[in-house]
Design a protein around this ligand. Structure first.
Ligand code: NAD
Ligand code: UFG
Length: 344
């Protein structure tokens, strides 16, 4: 697993350890903390004494030797890597506009290194972290995997480029590659233990960690980026999904790939439920009984008014369905913030 120390990867590790799967993590920890994986193991061992320790390597996906070393080592040990979850990457839309070279280098060159190495060692099963940001403006209707693709920022373009590259690889070797491009909508929340969660470095760009930090008194107020969008209450509408439901979707995707014939599949991972910024703020306030001061400011450059998934393909192919409510997302995310005011 690349990027396994991060927000989504660490939550997936819990699901994988439950199944007694062996995990090798490659992470530079540029946007995460090794402690997340220590805590994953602590959580896992409580209910499963046989949970295998996670093998952790600190390394950068831009360094192909480091990736090669992991694959060759796994073969030497007689336990070759069977599949890869590829999370490693940079994910801030704003930063990608400011520093496109870095985003293309990590997200695209890093992925090329990984795929070259997978190809070399005949490991041809990959679950790739793509994003709903690759879709264009949607006229307030649910986004289907076949909806228009038109990313409006460098980050989204890097994700689309990797999807296209995976498509080409599959086309060249359709009997070998098993590929799932999972297009995430807006993962929030945390493990209910409060031991692992999202720890953005610096000022959060995303709304949910920002709300948590306003609730904790770290920031004075939330800025709501516009209340005159063509949406139900004028604020931006998104599809928030509990990070544990998202993690379960990955396990289901791996299961599906291993059981089916080689293929490439694009799947939206979202709940299909619309939530406006004001609805999210109100829910957070209600379930946690805490006041979130906010002010309406101008729109954020590059924002879209409406991004909500049609998740029927994921439900159909993966035998998966998100079950956790917005209330649980708000409770679990706030618990993580309260128990870890300074992060890990
Ligand atoms: P995250 O930043 O918490 O995790 C990414 C991990 O990759 C981090 O642990 C980071 O240290 C590591 N990493 C970054 N650059 C690296 C490099 N060059 N070499 C090795 N490791 C490196 O982010 P996340 O929220 O867990 O997201 C995981 C993936 O999902 C990312 O690819 C992201 O683009 C994608 N995604 C996330 C969201 C979201 O809202 N969180 C939405 C859509 C897609
Ligand atoms: N918003 C605010 N105030 C803030 C932050 C955000 O009002 O301080 C609003 C935005 O305008 C938007 C909504 O909250 O309407 C959600 O914004 P986020 O920044 O939390 O999330 P985005 O949907 O813009 O982007 C996120 C990730 C991307 C990912 C995308 C997939 O940052 O990496 O979800 O849908 F690709």
């Amino acid at each position: 697993m690349t990027g396994g120390g991060g927000f989504i990867g660490s939550h997936l590790c819990i699901s994988l350890l439950k199944k007694n799967l062996e995990i090798i993590v490659l992470d530079s920890f540029i946007n995460s903390n090794k402690k997340s994986l220590k805590r994953v193991y602590e959580i896992s061992i409580v209910n499963n004494k046989n949970a295998l320790p996670i093998k952790i390597t600190k390394g950068d996906i831009r360094n192909i030797e480091e990736i090669d070393c992991l694959f060759s080592q796994s073969i030497k040990e007689g336990n070759p890597i069977e599949a890869v979850f590829h999370f490693a990457g940079l994910k801030s839309v704003r930063e990608s506009i400011l520093n496109p070279l870095e985003y293309w280098d990590v997200n695209v060159n890093g992925s090329i290194n990984l795929l070259k190495t997978m190809d070399k060692y005949h490991c041809k099963t990959i679950v790739f972290s793509s994003s709903a940001t690759i879709y264009g403006l949607s006229k307030n209707c649910l986004l289907h995997e076949d909806s228009a693709i038109n990313p409006n920022n460098p980050y989204g373009k890097t994700k689309l480029t990797v999807e296209n590259l995976l498509y080409d690889l599959h086309k060249k070797n359709p009997d070998k590659w098993r590929i799932a491009n999972l297009r995430y909508f807006n993962p929030i929340g945390a493990h209910p233990s409060g031991l692992i969660g999202e720890e953005p470095k610096g000022v959060p760009n995303n709304i949910f960690p920002y709300i948590c930090k306003v609730a904790a008194g770290i920031y004075k107020e939330l800025k709501i980026y516009g209340d005159d969008w063509q949406t139900k209450d004028g604020t931006g509408v998104r599809d928030y999904i509990h990070v544990l439901d998202l993690a379960d979707g990955h396990l289901a995707a791996l299961d599906y790939l291993l059981k089916s014939k080689p293929q490439i599949i694009n799947l939206n991972l979202g709940t299909g439920k619309e939530t406006s910024v004001l609805e999210l703020v109100n829910t957070f306030q209600k379930v946690n009984n805490i006041f979130i001061p906010y002010k309406i400011t101008k729109k954020r450059v590059g924002d879209l008014p409406y991004l909500v998934a049609n998740n029927s393909n994921a439900i159909k192919y993966l035998n998966w369905c998100p079950t956790r409510s917005l209330n649980e997302m708000c409770e679990d995310g706030w618990r993580w913030q309260m128990l870890n005011p300074n992060g890990y």
